[in-house]
Ligand binder design. Structure first.
Ligand code: GRF
Length: 202
């Protein structure tokens, strides 16, 4: 499968995916494009270091959602990507956009959905909410993206322990390194394998 990764920030999940491709554990997909919603995203540097084409597409540069959707679709389709991976992508994709790619867009969210998910739960806020609720486990969820924010079918979840003295940053780091970077490349390999399999059948 041909994978487009959409980012907005540091890109540590992007790096985990690139590392999996480099070490052979992601063998049915290749990252062919990285799109960022911010021109200062460090993930863009990671992509360049790996020799992957990059694009910056910012919604505020477009007059309408439809124009933005078309620009994003164009770069994805120009690179013939058939799997769209959101990795710390901070824009919410429109219903019109997600309907163009049914079961071809996945996201990772740093909680056990449905806990601490949906609009307003992003970044450190997710972990602050988990700590406020006093949960003893948290984790991350990989899910398909549909028109409902964090509402698509759940593909994978894995837990971490929450410790009494955790700061939101501590929990964020534990979820990232122990769960996100482990499960995301694995789920992507599985989906890529299915996509490649289906295209051979047809
Ligand atoms: C991750 O916690 C991810 O779950 C969330 O945004 C963060 C992105 O981190 N959607 P990075 O840019 O991959 O380092």
């Amino acid at each position: 499968a041909r994978i487009a990764v959409l980012i907005s920030g540091g890109g540590s999940n992007l790096q985990a995916i690139l590392d999996a491709a480099a070490n052979g554990s992601l063998s049915h997909g290749e990252v062919v494009l990285v799109v960022s919603s911010r021109d200062s995203a460090y993930g863009l540097e990671r992509a360049r270091l790996a020799g992957i084409p990059t694009a910056v597409i910012r919604s505020r540069d477009f007059a309408s959602t439809a124009d933005f959707d078309n620009a994003l679709s164009k770069v994805i389709d120009d690179h013939q990507a058939d799997l769209i991976v959101l990795a710390g992508y901070m824009s919410i994709l429109s219903e019109g956009f997600v309907k163009r790619y049914p079961q071809r867009i996945v996201n990772i969210h740093p909680s056990l959905i449905p806990a601490f998910s949906g609009e307003g739960f992003y970044g450190l806020r997710v972990h602050e909410a988990a700590l406020s609720a006093g949960v003893k486990v948290s984790g991350a969820t990989v899910h398909y993206v549909n028109e409902v924010c964090d509402g698509g079918e759940i593909l994978e979840q894995q837990t971490v322990r929450v410790f009494p003295d955790d700061s939101p940053q501590d929990l964020q780091q534990r979820v990232l390194t122990q769960v996100e970077h482990v499960i995301y490349p694995r789920v992507i390999e599985q989906l890529a394998k299915e996509i490649v399999g289906n295209s051979h059948d047809s």
